[in-house]
Design a protein around this ligand. Structure first.
Ligand code: SF4
Length: 418
């Protein structure tokens, strides 16, 4: 999800950068039409279980749409260079194995559905949140770094992001979990910069500093609508922890212009509770990546010793807001929590602790993606000033046995939607 969890853990996919067009260039009807253009869901014959298999859908697994023509850098320099980002790929222990959603249990079907933000728009809560979001920027504690800087005045803190949100790329993503990518892709918006400093980040070139043009709320809203117009099933905000206020401003702009797809909040889980409470009733799908269990590991690998505690608090709050993942009859995610966990080499005990906590404290029905695609990146394996290899203990991929042990730990914990 990495620069957030997502970016630091993701397998690279070729990106397609969306062209930016005016939000007013199309009406709500056209947007609704684009949204509903997917094929009907067909239950699998095998067991009659409801599954959404990308391989059986038009274009097949991993297929992607042709990119829209770039509009001469309308997003500004940097965005149209096509970052090969992934937000935390959807594979099982064997990398490259497409992950299918678990057979749909009636308890986890949500129908009818409308995005949560519509009710917030109608009853005025969304407008109130915009005011609160702007106030947050004036003395920023939007994430656990608690910088207390005035971002409205252009000051910056640990994330290096001021008034507006930098967007590194945006495109229909076909590497996400099946319930997100469906047949038309997940509409990912990759924000530049991050509030973590993961030494293994696979998107380090956009996570360590703001990357891409800084978009005002109306331009970010336009981008959301453009992804919806493409037919994407959702708007997937990748590494949004440090731009929550700006996201709220943009959603408020996009809803009256026709935004109707669910918002996916794709995060490292290093989120402030105050920001999550601002998002309550606006986000339908939370997708945190729970990375570490021990503070010392988080300090060493992400420069955030408080990460485990903050992430656990954040995930409990996310679950309180949206509950376990529920899907539509088409198998697409509608509302709920999707937890990712990247298996790291040599950290099997932390994996076991994390999965046990999820089953015990969050829900045995939690939808969990145990990811096996870690690879050494960024600072891992590079020499320090003395010529010693940095982070040599994670300078390898996890072994087959380690991945199998992680899945066994999930089963032992009682997690079944894995
Ligand atoms: S969002 Fe950025 S400025 Fe605000 S507290 Fe977090 S790191 Fe600091």
């Amino acid at each position: 999800m990495a620069p957030s969890a997502s970016a630091s853990s993701g397998r690279t996919h070729p990106a397609r950068v969306i062209a930016w067009r005016s939000a007013t260039s199309r009406g709500p009807a056209a947007r609704a039409s684009a949204r509903d253009s997917g094929p009907p869901y067909r239950p699998s014959r095998a067991g009659g279980a409801a599954r959404l298999r990308a391989s059986s859908l038009p274009g097949g697994h991993g297929a992607r749409r042709d990119p829209l023509p770039a509009l001469g850098g309308a997003l500004g320099t940097g965005v149209d260079r096509g970052h090969g980002r992934d937000t935390g790929p959807s594979t099982t222990a064997e990398e490259g194995t497409p992950r299918t959603i678990h057979p749909v249990d009636r308890r986890f079907v949500l129908e009818p559905f409308e995005p949560a933000y519509l009710a917030a728009y109608r009853d005025g809560r969304l407008a109130e949140r915009v005011e609160a979001a702007r106030a947050e920027l004036a003395s920023c504690r939007a994430c656990p770094r608690d910088c207390d800087v005035d971002r409205l005045a252009g000051e910056t803190g640990v994330c290096h992001v001021g008034r507006h949100a930098p967007v590194a790329s945006a495109f229909a993503h076909f590497g996400e979990e099946d319930c997100l990518r469906g047949w038309a892709g997940s509409g990912t918006i990759f924000f530049g910069s991050c509030n973590l400093r993961c030494v293994f980040c696979q998107n380090w070139d956009i996570s360590q500093r703001p990357a891409g043009p800084e978009l005002t709320a109306d331009r970010l809203a336009s981008l959301m609508l453009e992804l919806q117009d493409q037919g994407c099933h959702n708007v997937n905000l990748v590494t949004p922890e440090h731009v929550v206020p700006q996201v709220i401003e943009a959603v408020a702009e996009a809803v009256p212009l026709g935004l109707r797809v669910p918002i996916v909040y794709n995060t490292s889980a290093y989120d402030a509770l105050r920001s999550l409470r601002l998002l309550d009733g606006l986000v339908d799908v939370y997708m945190p990546d729970l990375k570490f269990w021990r503070p010392e590991t988080a300090r060493r690998l992400a420069r955030a010793a408080d990460y485990p505690q903050r992430a656990r608090e954040a995930i409990l709050e996310m679950h309180r807001q949206v509950g376990d993942l529920r899907v539509g009859p088409d198998g697409l995610a509608r509302r709920g929590l999707i937890v990712r966990h990247l298996v790291m080499p040599g950290l099997g005990d932390e994996t076991e602790a994390i999965l046990g906590w999820l089953a015990r404290e969050v829900s045995p029905d939690a939808f969990v993606n145990v990811m096996g695609q870690y690879r050494p990146e960024h600072r891992v394996g590079t020499p320090d000033r003395a010529g010693r290899v940095r982070h040599g203990e994670i300078d390898r991929r996890p072994s087959t046995d380690e991945l199998a042990a992680a899945h066994a730990a999930a089963r032992r914990a009682g997690l079944w939607r894995v």
